[in-house]
Design a protein around this ligand. Structure first.
Ligand code: 73E
Length: 806
């Protein structure tokens, strides 16, 4: 994509600094250099971006639109440099200039337009779609505030707004000419035409403009530039009344502008409980309506064909139910604006849409109150109602055996709209995100739908982009891999399998270890700079980084640490392999128990880290403000990857894949993609423990288990819980009674005590295994070798061949 060498790149930066910042290489700030580099990349990208679009138009190839409320893209500077082949040149140029590349790259604000796994998956998918050369676009919201910034004050999480657009974002291009109008509220009028058909019109609606901002998505070394289109809510020109400041209405008008801009104001920070907030519904409709209008406009620009032909050239993947209003919105446009009848419109709609389910947690399932949809989207409500009537009717006539299940399957029941049901009925494909998750969908959560539509259901195990999560974040390991198996794994990640030939190669295992030590040192340096804590880089780096949730069981990890602390206090000369427990996690702001766990980690850390008896044997650190950039620092240094969710609860997980790809050994339950990781690496290269999903579901079906009996039977457990309840961690005012009560009197809904014993024993095995470094590195190499199957390139190829048919 470029003709730069270090000398000409140097000159290019110099030129940008002079023309755009009126400064010199010597005087420029890191930020000015960052902007100059971004601008050089943009100059290279623009013509390729244009050409990619031209090619799509000319080839008339089929396109996929990935609609998602979240795109957790993180920083783009390094991956953009890498994908256009400039990373090495840029690093060298910066070093020659006496600048530290990482200091320059961290000038970019980490774009946190997502909560966690679901949003990061969308970002990995965009990278793979472009790198594999497919025509695929992301469509999301340009939230003015991303996921909150986390600060820890006296062990408590405090949320600060993430105003990420404070400074210019160099990757976006505003496209005001492609803005579309979105309408909310109002009343619907039906007029019968002479021919008996209905004409629908709306009155007194509120209008909002959706203005697109495009971010380029660069393929790896292939000249492809796809688009991530992020929509921003603005005042519609039609509503911009010329009022003077003295006018009473002026203030109403300002309020009105504010309420419109609120639609793309902030990202909802909860990824595990559904909160039926009207503003969130507005966001969803805003995204869906803007995207579909855009898709139709693109289709018209590229083809001289009726919209009924759209499914041949277009497919729309909806990321969970958040964009599931796409079903009624497509129906509305096709019928009310394009004049199709119900049957034809339904055929087109259901041939366009494919739905991915990401969770079976009942608290997370979206159910909107009928009244809210009726008020905000009256016409869509009429359509949803009709879809529901027809659907129930169809079950009644074609599936008599399901007649007594109709109320469970219905889209509308008890004055609520079940978005998952709407999404399943309205799309041609329904996929889960790991094998076990899809099986649970088919055989349990969506069983009756599976009976109705067996062919719709399919599995697409998640993946991660190995370009970012290995090549970019761990250049040391990546280059050592290339040294032994050659560079082809970068294009064909399954070729990492060739590493299996080196699992007994002592020099290779040694270099792998050197890379791990290097990464551990870098992380230790960061931790020291951040919080003044010195890490023992010869200790095991045991990492749990993910959103904080009860089902992910960070609490069980903390209980294990308290247990080890007790053991060491009882027997200070106990022979244990030193450990550093590393946590990073954001809790949803309203999630009390999750915040208590964060506080507990901090109090345990302060006791353990300051106890002279413990010396260098145990250390606990919590790194604040977990985000993509922090993950990039931690993951290369991880040796044990904690994936300890209550079996059946974690649909897939993707952090498990990232850490395995960097040579960490998973300590995990048989949940989500852990199962597939085990199937690939084999029992000898992973530490599995705990209840199976079947056992967990069986307990739930019989009202849970008896947590108190474990408390009374297991002295280790009793001691830990009594310490928790008795104020041992934290002063008198800081108590963790709510955590204690939740286990003892709410019967430990996530089986922390039940799995505790096996978890402790598994960690004892890890402790011993680590002492044989040769063996440990062999396990690490085996994990890396198999991680190619978890590249999102593989996932995307499966979507392409089974669902998208691009
Ligand atoms: O297991 C993860 C999965 O790896 C799952 O919990 C997560 O999606 C990941 C990617 O497939 C997920 N996020 C959400 N639901 N499941 C969610 C729900 C509401 C808002 C935002 C995200």
């Amino acid at each position: 994509m470029h003709n730069y060498d270090p000398a000409s790149f140097h000159t290019a930066i110099e030129g940008k600094l002079k023309r755009k910042h009126r400064t010199t290489l010597e005087e420029a700030t890191d930020k000015e250099i960052y902007y100059s580099i971004a601008s050089i990349i943009q100059d290279l990208v623009m013509p390729k971006w244009f050409e990619t679009n031209q090619e799509i138009q000319q080839n008339k190839s089929k396109q996929v639109y990935y609609i998602s409320m979240e795109f957790l893209i993180g920083r783009l500077i390094e991956s953009n440099l890498q994908n256009c082949g400039l990373l090495d040149i840029c690093n060298q140029t910066l070093l020659d200039l006496g600048r530290r590349p990482e200091r320059i790259y961290e000038q970019e604000h980490d774009a946190a337009l997502g909560n966690g796994g679901l949003g990061r998956l969308a970002a990995c998918f965009l990278d793979s779609i472009a790198s594999l050369g497919y025509a695929g676009h992301g469509s999301g919201i340009r939230y003015r505030y991303g996921l909150f910034e986390q600060r820890i004050i006296h062990g408590n999480q405090v949320e600060l707004p993430d105003y990420w657009l404070k400074e210019e974002y160099p990757w976006e291009t505003r496209k005001p000419d492609e803005a579309v109008e979105i309408r909310f509220g109002g009343t619907v009028h039906e007029h019968k035409r002479r021919d008996g058909s209905l004409e629908i019109s709306y009155e007194n609606t509120d209008s909002v403009m959706a203005v697109p901002y495009d971010v380029p998505v660069l393929g790896y070394h292939n000249e492809v530039v796809n688009t991530l289109r992020l929509w921003s809510a603005e005042l519609s020109p039609a509503e911009n009344k010329g009022l003077s400041a003295s006018d009473q209405q002026y203030y109403h008008h300002l309020d009105h502008i504010h309420s419109i801009e609120q639609i793309s104001g902030f990202l909802y920070p909860d990824d595990s409980t559904f909160e039926g907030k009207e503003l969130r519904l507005k966001q969803q409709y805003f995204l869906v309506s803007a995207t579909i209008k855009n898709i139709i406009a693109n289709f018209r620009r590229n083809h001289d064909l009726p919209l009924s032909m759209m499914p041949e050239y277009t497919v729309i993947q909806i990321n969970d139910t958040h964009p599931s209003l796409a079903v009624p919105e497509l129906m509305r446009i096709l019928m009310d604006e394009e004049g199709y009848g119900w049957e034809k419109a339904w055929q087109i709609t259901t041939n366009l849409l494919a739905y991915t389910n990401h969770t079976t947690l009942s608290e997370a399932l979206e159910k909107w109150p009928v009244s809210m949809i009726q008020n905000l989207l009256p016409r869509l409500y009429m359509i949803i109602h009709e879809i529901n009537e027809r659907f129930c009717e169809q079950i009644y006539t074609t599936h008599p055996e399901l007649r007594d299940k109709i109320h469970e399957l219905a889209i509308i029941s008890y004055e609520q709209i079940h978005m998952a049901h709407l999404a399943i009925v309205g799309s041609f494909s329904v996929n889960g995100v790991a094998k076990i998750h899809t099986e649970i969908l088919k055989n349990k959560e969506m069983k009756n739908f599976y009976t109705l539509y067996p062919k719709k259901f399919n599995n697409k195990t998640n993946g991660i982009t190995h370009r970012r999560w290995l090549q970019q974040v761990n250049p040391c390991l990546a280059s050592k891999i290339t040294d032994v198996i050659g560079p082809r794994w970068v294009h064909e990640p399954h070729k990492l399998m060739n590493l299996l030939r080196y699992t007994n190669d002592a020099p290779f295992l040694e270099t792998m270890k050197d890379c791990k030590q290097h990464s551990k040192h870098l992380l230790a340096k960061y931790v020291y700079e951040q919080q003044g804590v010195k890490l023992n880089t010869d200790s095991i780096f045991d990492v749990q980084i993910k959103r904080l949730h009860e089902y992910k069981r960070q609490l069980m990890n903390v209980f294990h640490i308290i247990y080890l602390y007790n053991e060491l206090k009882d027997n200070p000369n106990m022979d244990i392999t030193p450990r550093t427990f590393i946590f990073a996690a954001k809790a949803a702001p309203s999630y009390h128990l999750a915040k208590e766990v964060i506080k507990l980690i901090h109090h345990v850390a302060s006791v353990v880290n300051n106890d002279p008896d413990i010396k260098d044997k145990l250390k606990v650190v919590f790194l604040e403000n977990y985000n993509v950039s922090l993950a990039e620092k931690i993951i290369p240094a991880a040796e044990v990857s904690e994936q300890i969710s209550t079996a059946s609860k974690e649909a897939s997980g993707t952090g498990n894949m990232k850490m395995m790809m960097n040579g960490a050994i998973t300590c995990g339950t048989l949940d989500g993609a852990n199962i597939e990781i085990r199937d690939f690496v084999g029992d000898d290269n992973i530490f599995i423990f705990g209840l199976t999903a079947e056992q967990v579901l069986d307990y739930y079906a019989h009202g849970g288990y008896d947590a108190k009996s474990i408390y009374h039977a297991d002295v280790r457990v009793k001691r830990v819980l009594d310490q928790l309840n008795g104020g041992v961690f934290g002063s008198q005012e800081i108590e963790f009674k709510d955590l204690f009560y939740n286990i003892m009197y709410h019967n430990d809904p996530f089986f922390v005590l039940k799995d505790f014993g096996p978890y402790v024993e598994t960690h004892e095995m890890i402790d011993r295994a680590y002492r044989d470094q040769n063996h440990w590195q062999r396990m690490a190499a085996t994990n890396i070798a198999h991680s190619g199957k978890f590249s999102s390139d593989r996932t995307i190829m499966e979507y392409v061949s089974d669902i998208w048919k691009l």
